[in-house]
Design a protein around this ligand. Structure first.
Ligand SMILES: O[C@H]1[C@H](O)[C@@H](O)[C@H](O)[C@@H](O)[C@H]1O
Ligand SMILES: [Fe+2]
Ligand SMILES: [Fe+2]
Length: 304
């Protein structure tokens, strides 16, 4: 994997800001014990502890996860990957995709009920305010575009949004509402419920099947059709992977490069999560700036 020099430099600066040592397991533990969002200057205007309170969430959120955890099986995952490989659902620009998402309200999210175009602009704007590099701002801008799946024949929202986890090995107890996996057929398959399941220890997360949804879908599109660096692809692919990037699960499946990718994802996370309480952005005012950025990393039209 080639890392552009400016990306490597950026990651070094982030790492030193967060006081993260590059040894992966330690990095996770160290980050877990401290506030890894300290690198961001923006003020949420809301206590950070009030985000992601799933025990107190409304029934909409609880029902969503009950359904998702019952239905995301290994078999389903493989079927979806196969179905998506080499097929195109639509052709449109990044901005058109953002507008299409405008009407979607995410049922899994206890922290926001604004349309997705606003959430994307809030994320990117928080990064811009903090002087983050352009490739990262554009990553913030597009990171949830995979939710377009909702318009492309998804069965519901359970196969599009929500936190993600690994399928094909034991369901981690670091996933929210872990008891709900008792309704998943894989839970009763002994081969799939060992620590490693179908994987080799240290195989690297590139080789691991993450539950199907907007992250896997968009990461694949950006890998193939954008010039974004690997760190950006990881920010997209793992941004919902809270059991890993926040709770430290699945360390036994990581390889050396995943340790670097983890730092990138942790640098991304506060902008995604805490910008949800920012004032709603004025879409038309921001459009020219972000269209300029999009043009630097994406072709005019994308195969979705
Ligand atoms: O409810 C949210 C939402 O669906 C986000 O887009 C996803 O990235 C999060 O992980 C999830 O918790
Ligand atoms: Fe997301
Ligand atoms: Fe998001």
């Amino acid at each position: 994997m080639v890392h552009a020099p400016e990306v490597t430099e950026y990651m070094k600066r982030e790492a030193s800001k967060l006081d993260v040592i590059s040894d992966g397991v330690d990095a996770v533990n160290k980050i877990k014990g401290q506030k890894f969002d300290d690198g961001s200057k923006f003020d949420t205007g809301k206590d950070k502890a009030t985000f992601r309170r799933y025990e107190e969430a409304c029934d909409r959120v609880k029902n969503f996860y009950a359904e998702q955890h019952a239905k995301q099986t290994l078999e389903y995952n493989l079927r979806m990957r196969d179905q998506f490989k080499n097929t195109v659902r639509a052709r449109m620009s990044v901005w058109e995709a953002m507008e299409m998402l405008n009407t979607l309200v995410d049922e899994s999210d206890p922290d926001t009920s604004v349309g997705q175009i606003e959430h994307l602009l809030q994320t990117a704007e928080a990064m811009r305010r903090d002087g983050k590099p352009e490739w990262m701002q554009v990553t913030g801008l597009v990171h949830d575009l995979g939710k377009l799946l909702c318009f492309f024949g998804a069965e519901g929202q359970w196969d599009v949004v929500g936190d993600t986890f690994v399928v094909g090995c034991k369901f981690s107890d670091k996933i929210i509402y872990p008891d709900t996996f008792k309704a998943n057929p894989d839970y009763y398959d002994e081969k799939l419920q060992t620590e490693n399941g179908i994987y080799e220890p240290g195989c690297g997360l590139d080789n691991v099947l993450i539950s199907w949804g907007h992250d896997e879908y968009l990461a694949d599109i950006c890998r193939k059709q954008s010039t974004l660096p690997k760190e950006a692809i990881s920010m997209i692919r793992y941004h919902s992977f809270y059991p890993w990037h926040r709770e430290g699960a699945y360390q036994h499946l990581m390889n050396e490069d995943d340790k670097i990718q983890l730092q990138a994802v942790q640098a991304f996370n506060p902008y995604d999560l805490y910008s949800k309480s920012d004032a709603p952005p004025v879409v038309e005012e921001l459009k020219p700036y972000y269209q300029g950025l999009i043009a630097k990393f994406f072709p005019d039209e994308i195969d979705w």
